[in-house]
Design a protein around this ligand. Structure first.
Ligand SMILES: Nc1nc2c(ncn2[C@@H]2O[C@H](COP(=O)(O)OP(=O)(O)OP(=O)(O)O)[C@@H](O)[C@H]2O)c(=O)[nH]1
Ligand SMILES: [Mg+2]
Length: 328
């Protein structure tokens, strides 16, 4: 409750009469003048202090933020229109139609979603470079904001250099990803086309084998409904917490099956592993000597973690600490 005393029209000097309103026992009286407007700032502050602080954040929490990224003309805006069921963003066959990141809110049985349309990313001629750089910057900011990135690839062109770069941005940002192969309607298919394409993607985006691949057509809507559950799925996977107990029994198994590497008679000893973060899942391994912890062994452990716990669609971060390293 906030007690407002109106018609306190004098500015500057505090009206002594206002103190008598303390007798009401309703808390601090706030003198305002509805006619002149003074005191209304204090009044609003007093009201705002009763608003639950967390609310906004909680609401944000259950909205899945999805950035649609990819090179120009791949169909990012078309997909968003298809999802929304209306022509919300501009679609055209002119590359570079979308210049800015555009947010669209959408809700269905699978949850709440914020789709972020982005500008197509690629290198351009000098003339357009400035606009281009700005657009790319906005797309990068969209990736930062997102929980999940849809990396869109043109089925008629396969994986190009630009796609590799775009996917790399999402990977480096530690975002959950889904590889969306669009324009599937244009591809002439036999029984093996999808598998072949999948293989090609796995080879060209080798650092991203964790990302599920979905073949869609933004034009006909084929498999677009599948996207919602997949987005929620990878988002949950990226938020998974694995207990230290489970990690260490995995570690015991893994090191028994494949011995840790050694060098000049010194063998890597991994004391224990613990998860310190989510989105993406982050693990810290404590060991005797970090330089013995070869990348290939890290890779092996990562694969063990994935085959036990899934973590589909999300990159994993692993930090190696050796005895004597300072705590952060
Ligand atoms: N056949 C077919 N055409 C598509 C599909 N998706 C998009 N297109 C067409 O591809 C062209 C580009 O689509 P946009 O949605 O504007 O592409 P964008 O990725 O937003 O492009 P920029 O904003 O320029 O980066 C348009 O002519 C679309 O009609 C699809 O699934 N199948
Ligand atoms: Mg667009």
């Amino acid at each position: 409750m906030v007690l407002a005393i109106n018609k306190v029209d004098q500015v500057g000097r505090e009206n002594p009469d206002i103190y008598e309103f303390y007798n009401l026992g309703l808390g601090d009286p706030i003198g305002v003048s509805a006619v002149h407007g003074h005191g209304t700032g204090d009044l609003l502050d007093a009201c705002a202090s009763y608003f639950p602080e967390e609310e906004e954040q909680e609401e944000e929490e259950d909205v899945a933020k999805v950035a649609v990224i990819g090179k120009p003309n791949v169909g990012k805006s078309s997909l968003i229109n298809r999802v929304l069921g209306e022509e919300r963003v501009i679609v055209s066959d002119v590359a570079g139609t979308t210049r800015d990141a555009v947010d669209s809110y959408f809700e269905n049985e699978q949850g709440k979603f914020l789709f972020i349309d982005t500008a197509g990313m690629r290198r351009k001629s000098k003339v357009e470079e400035r606009i281009e750089r700005f657009s790319v910057l906005r797309a990068v900011m969209a990736i930062e904001r997102a929980d999940v990135c849809l990396i869109m690839i043109d089925a008629t062109e396969g994986v190009t250099d630009q796609d590799t770069k775009v996917a790399g941005l999402a990977h480096d940002a530690g975002k959950a990803c889904i590889i969306v192969v669009n324009k599937w309607d244009l591809v002439e298919k036999d029984g093996k086309t999808m598998d072949k394409m999948r293989e090609e993607i796995r080879r060209d985006l080798a650092y991203m084998t964790y990302a599920p691949i979905l073949f869609i057509s933004a034009l006909t809507g084929q498999r677009v409904p599948r996207l919602f559950e997949l987005v929620q799925y990878v988002r949950e996977q990226a938020s998974m917490r694995i207990t230290t107990g489970m990690l260490n029994s995995l570690l015991a198994d893994a090191t028994a099956r494949v011995q840790p590497p050694s060098d000049k008679g010194r063998r890597l000893k991994i004391y224990y592993m613990t998860q310190t973060g989510i989105r993406p899942p982050h693990f810290i391994c404590f060991c005797n000597e970090a330089k013995l912890f070869h990348f290939s062994y890290q890779r092996y452990l990562e694969n063990q973690i994935r085959s036990t716990f899934g973590l589909e669609g999300t990159p994993i971060r692993m930090t190696i600490r050796q005895k004597g390293d300072k705590e952060e």
